[in-house]
Design a protein around this ligand. Structure first.
Ligand code: HSE
Length: 312
């Protein structure tokens, strides 16, 4: 008998200032929804995509969601036919892990449909391959938190070593998405290939400080550590009024503020929904001043990653 499942997977904030390619956290919203249905065709198909303004391919060999499901099925030796419906509930090219959310939702859904033969950790390499297709680099700092929930540290890529980091329960993220598009591939290609030792020292001091601050729920240490001296100075040039938006966030109670993933979204962390709301208004005003519309998301840290919405 054929089965159907509907799954949500969350948006994610990668890098978290000082943790380029090694740290990310999941949001409660936005995120993507997929509906997967088994059939007897032996094929993986994508019958419907909504919310993408026609930008994503329906060809399962060219779409991240289709490719990861095919690779997963080949890996477990299954000839199961599956149809995918993908409902994008978040902007593309936003720096919020859009491709990661689609890949994770699809992988989690197909794994559940087949009785969950693989653990979440075992699904991770397939989701990373999705990132390689989407932007040319199999970075894990969106897919790992999307799949595992919470804050996730990628200690090593080879061998893959991924660790959930405890975090203060009162942490709230404000994310503002200026409505311009930056392709991750482009935002990666402008980065310098080598960095100064003095900058590396500052950056690894900060990432270690941020991890310690999260584990110890030390707001002051988190605040001191949310600083990126390597990536932000380069990529912020692509985001109109970035410096003013960041200052507005810090002036209104944010622990820190930086680019979400490869941008253009900007995130700030604070410790209450009320403060997060004030930060959002202040950040939005700086973009309004230059006639840039934006989406705003305020969310505690998502602890669960993907979730089943419905199954039959
Ligand atoms: N770590 C990746 C980057 C995240 O900054 O390029 C992309 O969302």
């Amino acid at each position: 008998m054929n089965k159907q499942i509907k799954v949500f997977a969350p948006a994610t904030v990668a890098n978290v200032a000082c943790g380029f390619d090694v740290l990310g956290f999941a949001l409660n919203e936005p995120g993507d929804e997929v509906i997967l249905q088994t059939n007897d065709s032996g094929e993986v198909t994508i019958s419907k995509i909504t919310g993408d303004e026609g930008k994503l391919p329906l060809n399962a060999d060219k779409n991240t969601a289709g490719v990861v499901v095919k690779q997963y099925l080949a890996h477990i030796g299954s000839k199961q036919g599956v149809d995918i419906q993908l409902h994008k509930r978040m902007p593309l090219g936003s720096g919020l892990g859009s491709s990661a959310a689609s890949a994770v939702a699809s992988l989690f859904a197909v794994n559940e449909l087949l009785g969950a033969p693989l653990s979440r950790m075992e699904l991770l390499p397939f989701a990373m391959e999705g990132e390689r297709i989407a932007c040319g680099a199999a970075h894990a700092d969106n897919v790992a938190p999307a799949l595992l929930g919470g804050f996730v540290l990628v200690r090593s890529y080879d061998p893959l070593d991924v660790i959930n980091i405890p975090f203060p329960q009162d942490l709230v993220a404000t994310v503002i998405h200026p409505q311009i598009e930056i392709r991750t591939e482009d935002a990666r290609s402008i980065l310098k290939k080598s960095i100064l030792l003095k900058d590396a020292i500052q950056q690894w001091g900060n990432i270690a400080g941020l991890i310690a601050g999260l584990i110890q729920s030390d707001h002051s240490l988190i605040k001191r550590s949310l600083e990126d001296v390597i990536i932000e100075p380069v990529r912020s040039l692509l985001i109109p009024n970035f410096d003013k938006v960041k200052k507005a966030a810090l002036d209104n109670g944010a622990f820190g503020c930086s680019i979400s993933g490869s941008g253009p979204s900007i995130f700030a962390l604070s410790n209450s929904l009320a403060v997060a709301g004030q930060i959002a208004s202040a950040m939005r005003n700086e973009l309004k001043a230059i006639d840039i519309e934006c989406d705003v998301y305020i969310s505690p840290i998502n602890k669960v990653g993907p979730r089943v919405i419905q199954s039959s």
